[in-house]
Write a protein that binds this ligand. Structure first.
Ligand SMILES: *[C@@H]1O[C@H](CO)[C@@H](O)[C@H](O)[C@H]1NC(C)=O
Ligand SMILES: *[C@@H]1O[C@H](CO)[C@@H](O)[C@H](O)[C@H]1NC(C)=O
Length: 353
């Protein structure tokens, strides 16, 4: 008995170790490859990041939308030494007449820090374009009418053996919205004998363990995830996060906020979610990751690259992801997809992709 007692703390210690180890082993692979964040053509000591020279020079200028319909702007700036002017001069292009708007300033203390003079000036009733997505819809023509969509922001196409549905993360998607109604009519139309592969595209990832845009896809997940499972979507591709991530086949449809079942579970009817926002951008890849790697995440890497989804036949597709900083065609992640509808492994749905 005495011996056992003496060992108790050790046993507890060991148990803790195993528990915490399993915690960290839950997720899949976090690749150690990280693309360099800053490039030599925009170093941190570049003059664009410098405090402007001169006494009380305005700094940290930013411009924010100033009203609900996009015809106003708020100009904010900081003067470090004294309030200075509150006035913003503005004019239409090529006009000699200068308009004035007067703002106010605030300042605050926090512990032993005293802020500079923070100016805010609202300019209202500006003329200009306020239609959302106007450049996008003019530059990217899509055949949305042929899939009976009312908007070019969500639509579907058939391409060889794939049925591709495009959704809009930034249009209303809740119950009774046009997008919701369209998708509820669209999914039952997919004939998997004609197009065995059902692929979804959207902007915000629904399963993402990068700290950039973490959980931003959550409300769309709540609305649509049960349909993705019901209609056996094979794969969902999203962008938004400038990195690569692949999920396991998971779903979280049992979760209803109050039942506490908030951990996604393995679900062989669920799609694989792939974040493929790694085409490159000017401010570098999304590097921070949520730690430990959540159990839904199979592979994640903070670098740029591209993926190829190569449909072989009705049951098999090969997906490969290639990072593009190796100077050669390196397959950093790849796997076979087994079609959800024509699953070659039968109805048993043993763990497979
Ligand atoms: C504020 O306090 C911190 C911690 O006590 C100290 O390191 C810092 O130098 C102080 N800053 C100023 C502006 O006094
Ligand atoms: C489909 O393609 C996979 C991979 O190439 C192959 O193993 C399988 O036999 C093919 N199925 C049929 C029915 O041809």
């Amino acid at each position: 008995m005495a011996l056992l007692k003496a060992f108790d703390p050790f046993v507890i210690c060991l148990l803790c170790l195993i528990l915490s180890a399993s915690d960290f082993c839950n997720g899949g692979i976090t690749s150690s490859f990280v693309r360099k964040e800053y490039s030599p053509d925009m170093p941190l000591d570049s003059d664009v990041f410098q405090v402007p020279p001169g006494y009380n020079e305005p700094q940290q200028v930013h411009i924010t939308q100033g009203d609900a319909d996009g015809r106003g702007v708020i100009i904010s700036w900081i003067t470090p030494d004294e309030p200075g002017s509150n006035t913003v001069l503005y004019w239409s292009e090529n006009s000699k007449h200068k308009n004035r708007a007067d703002g106010t300033f605030v300042r605050y203390k926090f512990f032993n820090y005293t802020s500079g003079y923070i100016h805010h000036c609202t300019i209202n009733k500006l003329e200009g374009e306020t239609t959302p997505f106007k450049p996008y819809t003019h530059r990217y023509y899509v055949p949305y009418e042929s899939s009976h969509s009312t908007s070019p922001l969500w639509y579907s196409i058939k391409r060889a053996s794939a049925y591709v549905i495009v959704l809009s993360s930034y249009s209303a998607y809740g119950k009774s919205t046009p997008q919701y109604k369209w998708l509820s009519d669209e999914l039952p139309k997919v004939d998997r004998s004609e197009t065995p592969w059902l692929i979804l595209l959207m902007h915000c990832p629904i399963y993402n363990s990068n700290s950039h845009h973490y959980m931003e896809g959550e409300s769309m997940r709540v609305v649509y995830e049960s349909w993705f499972v019901k209609y056996k979507v094979d794969v969902v591709f999203a962008g938004h996060v400038h990195a690569y991530e692949r999920s396991k086949r998971v779903s979280n449809i049992a979760y209803n906020i109050v039942n506490g079942m908030c951990t996604p579970v393995n679900d062989q009817s669920a799609p694989v979610y792939i974040t493929i926002g790694d085409g490159g951008n000017h401010d570098g890849p999304a590097i921070g990751m949520v730690e430990p790697q959540p159990s839904f995440s199979a592979y994640r890497e903070a670098s740029f690259g591209h993926g190829i989804f190569d449909v072989k036949n009705r049951t098999h597709a090969c997906f490969s992801w290639h990072r593009n900083q190796d100077g050669r065609a390196t397959e950093a992640d790849s796997l076979w997809f087994h079609n959800r509808y024509w699953n070659p492994l039968g109805k048993s749905f043993v763990a497979s992709y």
